[in-house]
Ligand binder design. Structure first.
Ligand code: F0G
Length: 481
């Protein structure tokens, strides 16, 4: 999707695709939305799709697929072992990443499980720019620790730094000098999920890899969000602007020892896996695949999804394809900024992120502002976002609350799924909510699971604020949904 300028001067991102298949959506009345939110324990993960108009929970496994991907699914070769589909997929990964070996896994966290079980032991320290929920859960389950070494700018919600996902190289070196013997590998998340889909620069990726190798340790890349990161390297990094997406990908991959990914994001399908250059590393992880995932030529994935993934990976090398997400996100972010609504800047990948700390400063962090804002956005517009704040953290070993560095509501932009009028609707309802932000109150847990609590935890409002919000909506919108 190139930036095509409109004669009117309006900064509208123009789609370079057309819609071939559609799914009907419903928008239920605001009273039902408030009821559905209560039934879901004020946790947007527990809402049912029939109550949702715009599902901006995630981009995971819900990106629109291309006609070529669907066509490829029809020629998938079903067999327990030796499937031709698997060969096509591994050939594509070899072509793109230059890696010789591939271990299939049913999704990204399954790849994380395999990597953690192979390398992490009690007391291990895994440096990374920023953690992801499932990554951290696998590492801590095995007695390891995550050390975040993102640049200070990374957790500043508003910034004009083009690469807020970069590693702080001094912090990483210090960690190696002080605790190097406990570090089995360094993990690079490109780009960072929990701090707003913020990318790393090619220069920083190479510097991290070189430093890690100088200490004799392997580098592992989580490439789940790599497609957005490639777009940002190409458009924001001066020294990369003349490189093709394929060349940038290869420069990155050549420096990695292991590249794992969720194909629910990278490759616009469903599945995941681990690409590896070195045979010895491959062999160390290999036997875990048939034990936990499935045989080595499918790893728990359907062959149809693998076929779609191979095509999706090829399409990821096309700037027209990978720019749609970031350009729609930038449109939404810029419009919200224009309206004075607090968002993460600069616009990153994955989605538009509302800054709950500034949106509802009167809600204390112990009462989960990002979760509260998520419930309020759903009630206001039937729009489902994802809490990315304290609820998404784990409690400390002593049971105390771990307050998140940032309280964000992520409004994901599944690729090629929404039209611009739907995005405009989301902006409009958020604008209304911002004008009524004083009505929004906090939440407290009524059921709190001990790990990954954001998935199934149930909460309740600390006051009758949801009812007040419904009343205000009716007053302003009359009979409108
Ligand atoms: N790593 C990153 C950076 C991710 O964003 C995800 C998933 C995973 C690993 C795990 O992959 O879901 O296939 O098991 N992120 C999803 C999201 C869940 O909504 O952001 P998975």
């Amino acid at each position: 999707m190139p930036e095509i300028r409109f004669y009117s001067g309006e900064p509208i991102p123009l789609e370079l695709h057309k819609v071939k298949i559609v799914q009907k959506l419903d928008l239920v009345p605001v009273e039902r939305r408030a009821e559905a939110m209560a039934e879901a324990g004020f946790n947007t993960f527990l809402l049912r799709n029939k109550d949702i108009y715009l599902d901006m929970l995630t981009d995971s496994g819900v990106n629109a697929m291309s006609d070529r991907q669907l066509a490829a699914m029809m020629i998938a070769d079903d067999s327990y072992a030796g499937s031709a589909t698997f060969t096509r997929l591994t050939d594509k990964l070899t072509e793109i990443f230059g890696t010789e070996y591939f271990l299939p896994a049913h999704q990204g966290r399954a790849a994380e499980n395999i990597i953690a079980m192979t390398f992490v032991e009690k007391g291990s320290i895994i440096p990374m720019n920023y953690h992801f929920t499932t990554t951290k859960a696998h590492i801590t389950r095995l007695g390891g620790y995550v050390e975040e070494v993102v640049i200070d700018e990374g957790i500043k919600v508003t910034s004009d730094h083009p690469f807020k996902g970069n590693f702080d190289l001094d912090k990483l070196r210090k960690l190696f000098e002080e605790k190097g013997d406990r570090i089995p590998f360094v993990r690079i998340e490109a780009g960072t999920n929990l701090i707003g889909g913020q990318p790393l620069s090619l220069e920083n990726i190479i510097a991290v890899a070189d430093m890690t190798h100088s200490y004799g340790k392997p580098v592992v890349m989580d490439a789940s969000l790599l497609q957005d990161n490639l777009y940002f390297i190409k458009t924001r990094e001066e020294s990369a602007k003349d490189l093709s997406i394929r060349e940038i990908t290869r420069r990155i991959a050549d420096k990695m020892d292991i590249i794992y990914f969720s194909a629910r994001k990278l490759g616009f399908a469903r599945g995941g896996g681990i690409s590896i250059h070195d045979r010895e590393l491959y062999l160390r992880m290999r036997e875990l695949v048939p034990m936990f995932e499935g045989f080595l030529t499918y790893g728990g994935m359907s062959v149809r999804e693998m076929e779609a993934m191979a095509v999706g990976l090829e399409e990821t090398m096309d700037m027209d394809v990978i720019s749609q997400g970031p350009l729609f996100i930038r449109y939404m972010t810029d419009e919200l900024i224009r309206l004075g609504i607090p968002v993460v800047t600069p616009a990153g990948g994955l989605g538009c992120h509302l800054d709950a700390t500034r949106f509802i400063p009167h809600v204390r962090q112990e009462e989960y502002p990002a979760g509260s804002l998520g419930a309020a956005v759903y009630i206001a517009g039937g729009i489902r976002g994802m809490e990315r704040g304290t609820i998404s953290e784990q409690r400390e070993e002593d049971g105390s609350e771990h307050l998140a560095a940032v309280e964000l509501l992520r409004l994901a932009m599944p690729r090629r799924v929404f039209t611009l009028s739907q995005v405009k609707y989301a902006i409009d309802r958020i604008r209304w909510l911002y004008d009524h932000r004083d009505l929004i109150g906090g939440l407290r847990f009524v059921e709190e699971p001990s790990s990954l609590r954001f998935f199934f935890g149930r909460l309740e409002p600390v006051s009758d604020w949801p009812e007040k919000l419904v009343k205000a909506f009716r007053e302003d919108f009359g009979e409108s949904l």
